[in-house]
Design a protein around this ligand. Structure first.
Ligand code: AR6
Length: 231
């Protein structure tokens, strides 16, 4: 498992080298590829303007609670930039809690291209959604709906029409979606986080008591949804 520690927060090139190493040294390449893996963005910390310190505490807290419940499955926090503040905060706090790097790590990349561009296989990805579960609106929501094509919008409608803050909905992705065929993503889990942005619906007006509760509930719903898929 030494290979995996080199994955954390590193460029895709290093990840590929890590995987190659696994093939050569122990033949564990296949098992690594088949490991159920949830890639998720940091919910609410960009367009919804949630405080990064508070969000990073909550991510590490809920991840710590779930890593052992999930068996050999992996959780991966993803962001697009090497300069991502949330990734570095979470990485530092997870290391302080001695969370195993083969169960949870951070990764820099576009969540819609993790396999094709990053060499990281994730069978499930999470989306920081809006309450209407609609495409567009920017951020990771727009990226995921664009990459998945119309199949995701149709499949989403079959599961739910809207979402309450703190809740998640699991959507099986049709095999016709490019996200399925190209990236190996079989499910998208939409999550609605707490909103601190006055220009968006359900703004909490800086009420971080409620906000932290809702963010904790959002990650719990997300990891429960992932658990239900791999069970
Ligand atoms: N891959 C990985 N991470 C990404 C990507 C990507 N392609 N794009 C953005 N991120 P945000 P929120 C990161 O704003 O704050 C939408 O318009 C980003 O850097 O997408 O929960 C919805 O429709 C950040 O760390 O979600 C909602 O209305 C994280 O994803 C609203 O924004 C979340 O940023 C939700 O706002």
């Amino acid at each position: 498992h030494d290979n995996i520690s080199s994955f954390s927060g590193n460029a895709s090139k290093e990840l590929k080298e890590g995987e190659n190493l696994a093939v050569c040294s122990s033949g564990s390449h296949a098992s690594l590829n088949n490991t159920p893996t949830l890639a998720f963005p940091s919910i609410s910390t960009s367009d919804f303007q949630f405080n990064l310190e508070k969000a990073s505490d909550i991510i590490v807290e809920v991840v710590e609670e779930y890593v052992n419940k999930l068996g050999s499955a992996r959780l991966v926090l993803v962001d697009v930039s090497h300069k991502s503040k949330i990734l570095s905060l979470v990485k530092t706090k997870a290391a302080q809690k001695n969370i195993e790097l083969n169960k949870f790590f951070t990764f820099v990349g576009d969540i819609t291209k993790l396999y094709s561009e990053g060499g990281l296989r994730c069978n499930v990805i999470a989306n920081a959604a809006n309450w209407r579960l609609k495409p567009g609106g920017g951020g990771v929501n727009a990226a995921i709906f664009n990459a998945a094509g119309p199949a995701l919008e149709i499949a989403t409608k079959e599961q739910a029409q809207s979402l309450h803050p703190g809740k998640a909905v699991v959507v099986p992705l049709p095999s016709t979606s490019p996200l399925f065929s190209r990236e190996g993503v079989t499910h998208v889990i939409h999550v609605l986080g707490p909103n601190m942005n006055q220009h968006r619906p359900n703004c909490l007006n800086n009420d971080y008591i409620k906000g932290c509760q809702i963010l904790r509930e959002a990650y719990t719903s997300l990891f429960e949804g992932f658990a239900s898929i791999i069970r």
